[in-house]
Ligand binder design. Structure first.
Ligand SMILES: *Cc1c(COP(=O)(O)O)cnc(C)c1O
Length: 387
């Protein structure tokens, strides 16, 4: 069965005559549990909720697949109240004092901060590296966990999940992939050998810029139990309404992702033709250093691209001029958004760097608007240079 069919079918409730196709959210704190609690499927809602179960089942089906060896596996998924809660659950369940974690220095800012400001103070050693390629295999020696983000935004750096997982496993480390940018429909880390597939489902997965949630998916049931225990004990959980909206949203993921990735590709190609754009970073461009790996491991190149205008003023003016590009952080929504990334600090990028998230609008409208906005920025600059 193809992904789009599988995902849509997985969001339907079981066939019970007279009940809705999609059952509603279940609001509960305690559930009826007379006598032995083992007799009840659900007892207390910090541990479990039927609406999460539906969502987790749908995500698990997306994360399931086949390893390079040909062995099929069935993934399990656990949902959290935010993407960062999902990331923190992996760190907390796996890392103990004395352990070493290896991560990219361009990993998601808050993930880096969490490792640097909290975990290192609890006796964990952090090995940060600008890139994760073959040259970095040596860093895995003695490590407990390798944290990979690919493509990592805002620079859209790509690394080879299969090769890194193999090297990390040889060194005795577990591998977690932050798969936020692609979603499990665009890239399946567990099939490429990773132990954890983690994502902020706030982004493309749910895609409507109105929910905050995340998930951790695993192949191994022992790891699942550890993550689940952490969630129950610390309570970083998702409300049933959010879980229900998320389930509703992921049914359109195949449609949204196909359209937004197609739009991102067309915008990247268009920007590459402009003399006033200094660089375009998108893994779907053959000129991108990660293109060959991306083609092998991703089924969609993602909705996010970066491009560089020549100054802070040029980038700010572009964002002001563009009517169909909403200025906002985050990415993966149905509306095209962008921001001048350096306004936040924390990433080593040019002042004129714009991170854009392609939405699901008509591509001709988007390109016409981006084109007029660039013209409006560059027109006066060219005139100024001539004067
Ligand atoms: C947004 C994001 C997160 C954090 O997710 P929240 O849902 O905002 O908590 C983690 N990793 C990546 C790559 C992200 O883009």
């Amino acid at each position: 069965m193809h992904d789009a069919t599988r995902i849509i079918r997985s969001t339907l409730s079981p066939v019970v005559p007279g009940t809705p196709l999609h059952s509603g959210p279940v609001f509960a704190a305690p559930y009826h549990t007379p006598g032995d609690p083992a007799d009840a499927l659900y007892s207390y809602a910090r541990s479990h909720n039927p609406t999460w179960t539906d969502l987790e089942r749908a995500i698990a089906r997306m994360e399931s697949g086949q390893l390079a060896s040909g062995a099929k596996y069935r993934a399990s998924a656990l949902v959290f109240g935010s993407g960062i809660a999902a990331c923190a659950a992996v760190f907390s369940a796996v890392l103990r004092p004395g352990d070493i974690v290896v991560a990219q220095s361009n990993a998601y800012y808050n993930v880096r901060l969490l490792l640097q400001q909290y975990f290192t103070q609890m006796g964990i050693t952090l090995r940060l590296t600008p890139t994760l390629g073959e040259a970095e295999f040596g860093l895995l020696e003695g490590a407990r966990l390798l944290w990979i983000e690919t493509p990592s935004n805002p620079t859209m750096t790509v690394c080879d999940i299969a090769a890194l997982s193999e090297a990390a496993h040889k060194a005795g480390a577990l591998v977690a992939v932050d798969n936020t940018t692609c979603t499990p429909l665009g890239q399946r880390p567990l099939a490429l050998g990773a132990d954890f597939s983690v994502a902020s489902d706030t982004k493309s997965m749910t895609g409507h810029s109105d929910l905050l949630l995340g998930h951790v998916a695993v192949r191994d049931l022992e790891l699942k139990a550890q993550i689940e225990q952490w969630r129950t004990m610390t309570g970083g959980i998702l409300g049933p309404m959010e879980a229900w909206l998320a389930l509703r949203s992921i049914a359109t993921l195949p449609l949204r992702l196909e359209r937004s990735c197609h739009n991102a590709q067309r915008i990247a190609e268009f920007l590459s033709t402009r003399a006033d754009v200094e660089a375009v970073l998108y893994p779907g461009l053959p000129t991108h250093p990660g293109y060959e790996i991306a083609r092998r491991q991703m089924r969609f190149f993602g909705p996010v691209l970066g491009f560089i205008l020549h100054s802070k003023a040029a980038a700010e003016s572009f964002l002001k001029q563009a009517v169909l590009v909403t200025e906002a952080t985050s990415f993966g929504g149905i509306a095209t958004t962008a921001e001048r990334r350096a306004r936040w600090g924390g990433d080593t990028i040019a002042e004129g760097f714009i991170r854009m998230s392609a939405g699901c609008e008509d591509i001709d409208d988007l390109i016409a608007d981006i084109s007029q906005a660039l013209d409006a920025v560059t027109g006066p600059l060219i005139k100024m240079e001539q004067e």
